[in-house]
Design a protein around this ligand. Structure first.
Ligand SMILES: Cc1ncc(COP(=O)(O)O)c(C=O)c1O
Length: 405
């Protein structure tokens, strides 16, 4: 579906048409997104919010219209609840430093899932250290899902913040963030949802989840690198101090005092990424034009096509791929017995297959799974069954190439 819209996917890699299966890391960009970015730089580029001339007003309009589009895309109530950042990592750091530093005290607890990406783990770990707070983990059931018992028991009256991904970037399982939000709110805590691996693949509704904060990166949903989103409930954002200070985030400045701007400018210091916003806007249009129903169906089809064939191979170990799961997304994490994941990825590359190998920025999860590293194939709607066929073919070659039988 739609592969022809993506110029990079028409390329060959090592003599094969590229089977790009590293969409969890970043996605390829369709012509419409590339055009929106180049159009911006060819004919609309100016510093937004600053000039009283037409070009600057056009740049401001592009930027602010993308904010409104993003608000609708994730069903936020107000456009001022959408803060543009560099990426999900910066969004999470903003919440940790601005909200966390001001609301966590000694003896308080922060609860996160063991499967979190370092972006939603290291900031909380460091804030807890600085504040003398306790960082607690929700561990996993045998099938890779978050432990229901831990969700129930670890979130207590002492909890101030709960942070969890809507979809794990390693296990590819949808976490019950709506239920976790309910539990967090029942004890007066706020919930921070990392939507980096969900927003590109499923319809997100921040109000339905009742997320206090929700983050994602544009580059994982067809947009350019360098634009990310933080959603926060307006009252929470209003009460938080700015994270970065400088131009554009002030109302007025005196020698010894600064009055900060209203939302969203308060959190957007310095010149913003308008070209990135132009790309994000085109990406949202592209995704909505396909529809998330179709996107989910396409990815499910690829996973259901791949998994039974992987299960047949006795040298493949799968993680988070229990056949009874109905909350599986397009991420398949695996290892090949006796072969380091980097060697697996290198051999597969020779057959034109791009997969990720390593710790996936989730080292505590790797430690929990007792693995140093794993391989990960992550699909997007533009992947095809032919990509899966070549993935399986290349996988079968790995042990042969390494003379392991
Ligand atoms: C679940 C999750 N959270 C956060 C991130 C960080 O995204 P970025 O590097 O774009 O900030 C990633 C990226 O892989 C991710 O998969």
């Amino acid at each position: 579906m739609n592969k022809e819209d993506f110029p990079l996917l028409k390329q060959n890699m090592n003599g094969y048409p590229i089977a790009y299966l590293d969409n969890g890391a970043t996605t390829q960009k369709p012509e419409s997104v590339i055009k929106a970015i180049t159009d911006y730089y060819k004919s609309q580029n100016a510093n937004p919010h600053r000039g009283a001339y037409e070009l600057s007003m056009t740049a401001t309009e592009i930027y602010e219209n993308t904010r409104i589009k993003t608000q609708k895309f994730i069903n936020a109530e107000k456009s001022c609840e959408i803060i543009f950042t560099k990426n999900a990592t910066e969004s999470l750091n903003l919440v940790a430093y601005s909200y966390g530093m001001n609301n966590i005290n000694a003896g308080d607890e922060v609860v996160i899932a063991i499967s979190e990406h370092h972006s939603n783990l290291v900031p909380w770990q460091q804030i807890c250290k600085m504040k003398g707070a306790v960082l607690k983990y929700i561990y996993l059931e045998a099938d890779g899902n978050l432990s229901k018992e831990d969700i129930e028991n670890k979130i207590t009256e002492k909890t101030k913040i709960v942070a969890a991904a809507q979809v794990s970037n390693v296990l590819g399982l949808v976490n019950p963030v709506k239920e976790i939000a309910k539990k967090a709110h029942s004890v007066g805590a706020v919930i921070v949802v990392d939507g980096s691996q969900s927003t590109p693949h499923m319809k997100v509704d921040v109000r339905d989840i009742d997320a206090d904060f929700f983050v994602f990166s544009g580059h994982k949903l067809l947009s350019p690198m360098g634009i990310g989103v933080l959603y926060g409930k307006r009252d929470l954002l209003n009460a938080m101090p700015p994270f970065l200070m400088g131009g554009d985030m002030i109302d007025y400045v005196e020698e010894q005092h600064t009055e900060f701007a209203e939302l969203p400018a308060k959190f957007e210091a310095g010149t913003q990424n308008v070209g990135g916003a132009a790309g994000l806007s085109a990406a949202i249009d592209y995704l909505e034009n396909i529809s998330f129903d179709k996107i989910e169906r396409a990815e499910k089809d690829l996973v259901e096509y791949a998994l039974p064939r992987l299960r047949e191979l006795d040298f493949v170990e799968l993680y988070g791929c229990d056949s009874k799961q109905d909350n599986k997304t397009g991420i398949i994490t695996f290892n090949i017995k006796d072969v380091h994941p980097h060697d697996v990825a290198t051999v597969m590359d020779a057959y034109g297959v791009a997969i990720r190998a390593g710790h996936h920025c989730a080292q505590p999860l790797m430690q929990y799974l007792k693995q140093n590293a794993t391989c990960r194939a992550s699909f997007y709607f533009y992947n095809t069954r032919e990509d899966v066929d070549r993935f399986i073919m290349a996988l079968k070659k790995v042990r042969e190439v390494l003379h392991l039988g």
